[in-house]
Ligand binder design. Structure first.
Ligand SMILES: Cc1ncc(COP(=O)(O)O)c(C=O)c1O
Length: 440
């Protein structure tokens, strides 16, 4: 699986993956060793298709909502700009916003945080990146599921972690025994993402308690990515940190990451927050953020205060919109046997297109070419990197069982989603039943 970095004449050899694609010509940096994500490839392909055909592509590849933030959010942003609230805030964020987030965590999530341990970030993605940088130790390993959000993997490598991917059980659910077996003495962090991107799996209280118990017993940190906390269609959202409410603060291990993007349709505002487990972790992350961002946009933080004031209505309205999409538009895909059940949470569904006889990459490429519908090939969520001692990806392959999976985002406007689903079904019919049935 390894490739020597240089040829006998000392020149760098272009490195290749098993599928023959080259990773990167820069073999020196960890960043240069990260392959571009499946999401960005399909993003560019969809744009090129629109340009070339002059018609709009049905975009089922990105998690951008079709609904907008409530008016009070835009008003608060504009008012803050007009009032001249456009100077730096402290690196931690505006005290009023942090206090509002702490109160929201207490009331809605059952999480006992504190303003001193809560940091605002420009999007939860950046909060996650900084958190990983804060926790990384030389040689440390991080546990991610074999089917994961590619950004978790990319950020882990960028921060200096060696990602270790553990197999998921039935219906993509994590199994503590499998995770324990995948861990090594170098393991430092377990990532939990419920509701999950890309699977839509929602973990119940017992499952989360078992993962937390394992992490505590092994002395790991837990990162809980709760970007989709308000998008539950079955079951309840359990914040991992709520299960260690009664643990003394200094002994807590759960760092929780939240986003304004999904709950309040604020993707372009770029706003999130991280509730650190304890004061030490918060102090370290403040230094990390000073170096990364200096601070989060000030007027955007005022918009965030407004969003939290009206959060119950906004989150409930937005959940209903996405749930209606799920119930109405995705049901034909279940009836057609492309998925077993509707996702319990989140914004994405995984389809198994094995019966078309096409691998997911080919399926997505042809679907875009012939029907003008963009979806993401599932193997991009199942990359298995081979990471060297310096934390660089030497080569990678994909979990073979993911080769027939494609991800569909169902947060788009209902008419586009319904037309996209209709075209997917037409395309599957046109392919015929060439494959051998479900791959998993
Ligand atoms: C699992 C997960 N976490 C975090 C994010 C980041 O959200 P943002 O940076 O917009 O807050 C996303 C975005 O798609 C996501 O899918």
């Amino acid at each position: 699986m390894t490739h020597p970095a240089t040829s006998p004449n000392g020149r760098r050899k272009p490195r290749q993956n098993k599928d023959g694609t080259s990773v990167s010509s820069d073999i020196l940096s960890a960043a240069g060793s990260i392959p571009s994500s499946c999401l960005h490839r399909i993003f560019r392909a969809a744009e090129a298709k629109e340009e070339e055909s002059g018609t709009e592509v049905v975009k089922l590849h990105v998690g951008d909502p079709y609904f907008d933030p409530a008016d009070n959010v835009a008003d608060a942003f504009v008012d803050a700009v007009r009032r001249g609230e456009t100077k730096y805030t402290g690196v931690e964020g505006l005290p009023e916003l942090r206090a509002a987030a702490v109160e929201k965590l207490r009331l809605d999530n059952g999480v006992d945080s504190a303003v001193s341990r809560l940091l605002i970030s420009p999007g939860s993605c950046q909060g996650l990146a900084a958190l990983l940088q804060s926790l990384a130790e030389p040689g440390a390993e991080i546990l991610l599921p074999e089917l994961h959000w590619p950004v978790h993997l990319q950020q882990s490598v960028l921060a200096g972690f060696r990602p270790v991917l553990y197999a998921l059980g039935d219906n993509f659910r994590p199994d503590p025994a499998t995770i324990a077996a995948a861990a090594t003495p170098r393991t430092r962090v377990l990532v939990i993402n419920s509701p999950a991107n890309p699977t839509g799996v929602v973990l119940d209280r017992d499952e989360i308690a078992a993962l937390l118990e394992l992490a505590r017993a092994r002395g790991w940190h837990v990162i809980s990515d709760e970007a989709y906390e308000h998008f539950l269609y079955e079951g309840e959202h359990v914040s991992v940190a709520s299960l260690e409410r009664d643990v003394p603060v200094a002994e807590r291990i759960v760092h929780s990451v939240f986003s304004f993007s999904k709950s309040f349709a604020m993707t372009g505002y770029r706003l999130g927050y991280v509730a650190l487990a304890n004061d030490h972790a918060a102090d370290v992350m403040k230094v990390t953020q000073e170096a990364n961002i200096i601070g989060t946009s000030t007027p955007v933080q005022y918009a965030g205060i407004a969003a939290l004031e009206t959060r119950a209505d906004a989150a409930a309205t937005n959940r209903k919109l996405v749930q209606r999409n799920r119930d109405v538009a995705l049901s034909p895909l279940v009836r057609a046997g492309l998925m077993n059940e509707l996702p319990a949470g989140g914004w994405y569904a995984m389809l198994d297109v094995a019966r078309t006889g096409l691998d997911a990459e080919t399926f997505a490429t042809r679907l875009l070419e012939r029907k003008g519908v963009a979806v993401v090939p599932g193997n991009g969520f199942a990359m298995r990197p081979d990471v060297d001692e310096q934390g660089r990806i030497r080569s990678h392959d994909f979990a073979p069982w993911a080769r027939h999976l494609v991800r569909v985002a169902f947060c788009v406007d209902p008419a586009s989603l319904e037309s996209g689903v209709r075209k997917i079904l037409e395309f599957v019919d046109e392919c015929g039943d060439a494959g051998a049935g479900s791959s998993r």
